[in-house]
Design a protein around this ligand. Structure first.
Ligand SMILES: NC(=O)c1ccc[n+]([C@@H]2O[C@H](COP(=O)([O-])OP(=O)(O)OC[C@H]3O[C@@H](n4cnc5c(N)ncnc54)[C@H](O)[C@@H]3O)[C@@H](O)[C@H]2O)c1
Length: 325
């Protein structure tokens, strides 16, 4: 297979591990958004990878020339600049979160061992759930620099909240600066104290007639947290939103854009929650992966919420280790 250069230079190759709903949507978005020149779609079931890759490849004569290759061999991932990991099982009826965590943890360890052999220089973006704990497992399993491993964290959750808040305030979502941080899951929360709209702190921003800030915040947060469940209830999985979120993170790495995303990383000491836990926190993402972890100012209540979220993830990790010990 033809191979291309290094991060920060084009042309570039992105490998996607897992060609299920999410993996196929990521590969498709990479093509539509012209994120790279080669997409390698890997699945343990070759026919699945081929079916999706060939279907996506059929869009290229209609759009632009991007190679979409299917494989079930890790050797074909060699030379990838970025690898997006979407392989894994989702929760089925009657299964506990921990059961699924145990299965996916083993899978992620195996995938990271293969990637360390085939593409040791690549940046790795984990999407498989539960993404924060699996990113920690990937960091522990891999020999590559930890800055090159991150999870999709609360990037989509932040985008959902930003969009909802902007709609409610009647402004463009690009003018809202807000971060949802913590677990990608029920204990995530927005850092309202640092939220601003067009440079104006949220608490000083003129609200629409008859709206109170507390109600507005609560409604936006519920909508953000429920969104994934609402989609899941109706179609059985989510894939398009997370696919574009993943592509934007990949783009920031490939083009060294240094965009700020709340990706899953180990907490820096300044957050006061230890440095082992991995959770969604704002980071500058560029050609070296995590270029810098940012420390958000937060009030006492936000610190309590962060500690709670870190506790939830710490407990999940500890249960996993006990179960496998
Ligand atoms: N982080 C997020 O915001 C987010 C959003 C949606 C889904 N997800 C997660 O993404 C993962 C994938 O979801 P999906 O809907 O695509 O599932 P899916 O069942 O449709 O696809 C999973 C794919 O992984 C493949 N696979 C399994 N083990 C593999 C291995 N060892 N090597 C290579 N491929 C392997 C399967 O063959 C399958 O094609 C799940 O863990 C899901 O919870 C995360």
């Amino acid at each position: 297979m033809e191979r291309y250069g290094q991060r920060g230079r084009s042309p570039s190759t992105v490998a996607v591990i897992g060609a299920g709903h999410v993996g196929a949507a990521v590969a498709n978005a990479l093509v539509l958004l012209r994120t790279c020149v080669t997409v390698v779609l890997f699945d343990r079931t070759r026919a699945r990878a081929e079916g999706e890759a060939w279907d996506i490849d059929d869009t290229t004569p209609l759009l632009h020339e991007i190679d979409v290759l299917a494989t079930d061999r890790f050797e074909d991932v060699a030379g990838a600049d970025v690898v997006v990991v979407t392989a894994g099982t989702s929760i089925q009826k009657g299964q506990s979160r921990l059961e699924i965590l145990g299965r996916n943890a083993g899978l992620i360890r195996d995938v990271m061992a293969e990637l360390d052999r085939a593409a040791p220089e690549a940046a790795v973006l984990l999407v498989s759930n539960p993404v924060d704990v699996l990113t920690r497992i990937a960091m522990e399993a891999s020999t590559r620099d930890e800055r090159l491993i991150m999870g999709s964290g609360t990037v989509l959750d932040t985008a959902r909240l930003r969009y909802q808040l902007a709609k409610d305030l009647g402004v463009d979502h690009l003018d809202v600066s807000v971060h949802v941080i913590g677990e990608h899951g029920d204990s995530e929360f927005p850092v309202w104290s640092g939220t601003s709209v067009g440079g104006v702190p949220l608490e000083d921003f003129p609200l629409p007639e008859g709206k109170a800030l507390s109600d507005l915040g609560a409604t936006c947060l519920v909508a953000t947290r429920r969104r994934g469940y609402d989609i899941f209830e109706r179609k059985g999985y989510t894939n398009f939103g997370i696919a574009v979120a993943a592509c934007q993170i990949v783009e920031s790495i490939l083009r060294d854009e240094k965009r700020v995303f709340s990706v899953s990383v180990r907490a820096p000491e300044a957050y006061g929650i230890g440095t082992d836990v991995v959770l969604g926190l704002p980071c500058i993402v560029g050609e070296n992966g995590i270029e810098q972890k940012l420390v958000l100012p937060r009030n006492a209540e936000e610190q309590r919420l962060l500690e709670h979220s870190a506790g939830v993830l710490g407990d999940a990790y500890a249960s996993l280790m006990r179960g496998q010990g």
